[in-house]
Write a protein that binds this ligand. Structure first.
Ligand code: PMP
Length: 404
């Protein structure tokens, strides 16, 4: 085997079996990861025999569920090497970034202030800041990429001024797999007095997270990309920043005391969690973190690097494939097959039982930068293996024969 660390976990993932039990090669984990039985079982239990509301019940079942819910918060804190009271449960990364824009952003940014994004950001780390710009008049700058598709931190250093109050970068690009040096970005942002927000969607399933070491100020990710359920995600922020942020959505659970004259609010993180939370999903996310940590983030990183390196090497043997992104991209490979639209490639591959993503990947400014309307993207998970790559290569060859 070409891989240093073969994982063979496929039998833990019912979602990897195509209907009828045929071979199915799932290469769209960057969009969402399939779920291991450990996570499915935990959510079924939470929705079944353990189910009850949290926080308000005086009966034992609700008290137990409240313990499980808050244990999930502790699990997330441990997963990120952060404090428990710095973990806000959200609906996902998109909501996490909108929350920061609408609370911290609206309270702290004004006309004349600047935000630095990068060319490779996902729309969910662009549009919330544009909405904020409409409200506050804040200006947005865009940090260019290096030739091989990384956020160019030398350029960032040149661009940043004391007017910059926020730098918001992806940790791992969902199109190119390029990895940001977070500590370095934090140093640059903090040198001009700006905060650093990291979109960790693609990093959380692939790299060990360490809020203490990263030294960023906000970190956002979704559970569904790290083998957990949809409908839940995390916003991590430094305690002193969270404490200073005004409430966001109003409702139950986020208050201290309500009268018609005046309402006082709960402290963070509850202040940002109005309404009945995603209880089942929180338990499922904690189970996913148990599972992923059990396999080992170091193995995840190595496995996905190895697979991406292997696929790039195989694709480079063809003279009709263009590869996007750096050599050491993590688990995600974007490419184009000459003369074939990525959607056509994706459709033919689907007939072969190979699921890839074809499109702009919610990163239209990056597509414009690459000079293409779309790319084909193969992305790996812990369950991915060389058979998936072989099937993809076979499908590409068949597509070539069809298109000539
Ligand atoms: N950022 C990145 C880098 C992503 O890959 C994604 C998901 N495609 C998101 C943000 C948004 O995540 P979600 O849709 O789960 O909110």
């Amino acid at each position: 085997t070409l891989l240093t660390d073969e994982l063979v976990l496929k039998d833990q993932f019912p979602g990897l079996l195509a209907k009828g039990g045929a071979d199915w090669h799932y290469l769209d984990t960057a969009a969402t990861a399939q779920k291991p039985l450990a996570v499915i079982d935990a959510t079924v239990r939470a929705m079944g025999e353990d189910y009850a509301t949290v926080h308000r019940g005086v009966y034992a079942r609700s008290a137990d569920m409240t313990l499980a819910f808050e244990a999930a918060r502790r699990r997330v804190a441990a997963f990120m090497n952060a404090r428990e009271d710095e973990i806000v449960f959200t609906r996902g990364a998109t909501e996490s970034m909108n929350l920061v824009a609408q609370t911290w952003g609206a309270a702290n940014l004004k006309a004349g202030d600047r935000i630095l994004l990068s060319t490779l950001e996902h729309h969910s780390n662009i549009v919330p800041w544009q909405l904020l710009r409409e409200k506050t008049g804040v200006a947005i700058d865009v940090c260019p990429l290096t030739d091989d598709g990384r956020i160019d931190l030398t350029a960032a250093e040149r661009i940043l001024t004391p007017a910059h109050k926020l730098v918001a970068f992806a940790h791992v690009s969902n199109v190119l797999g390029s990895v940001l040096h977070v500590e370095q970005a934090a140093k640059l942002a903090h040198a001009v007095g700006a905060k650093l927000l990291i979109d960790g969607c693609q990093a959380a399933p692939r790299l060990a997270l360490d809020m203490a070491a990263f030294d960023c100020d906000f970190y956002a990710f979704s559970a569904h990309k790290l083998y957990g359920p949809t409908g839940i995600g995390v916003l991590w922020a430094r305690k002193e920043i969270l404490d200073d942020m005004p409430p966001w959505q109003g409702g139950g659970a986020m208050i201290d005391r309500v009268t018609f004259e005046k309402t006082t609010f709960a402290s963070a993180p509850q202040r940002f969690e109005a309404g009945t939370p995603s209880i089942v999903e929180a338990v499922g996310m904690a189970a996913a973190m148990d599972w992923l940590s059990g396999v080992g983030l170091d193995r995840a990183e190595r496995h996905e690097r190895d697979l991406a390196t292997l696929l790039r090497a195989e694709l480079r043997k063809r003279n009709d494939v263009t590869l996007f992104g750096p050599e050491d991209g993590l688990g995600i490979v974007s490419f184009a097959l000459d003369g074939v639209h990525p959607h056509d490639l994706g459709t033919i591959l689907d007939e072969e039982g190979v699921a890839i993503r074809a499109g702009h990947h919610c990163a239209q400014p990056l597509m414009e930068h690459l000079g293409v309307p779309a790319t084909a993207r193969a992305s790996f998970g812990l369950y991915s293996d060389e058979a998936d790559i072989e099937a993809l290569l076979k499908g590409i060859e068949r597509t070539r024969r069809i298109f000539g």
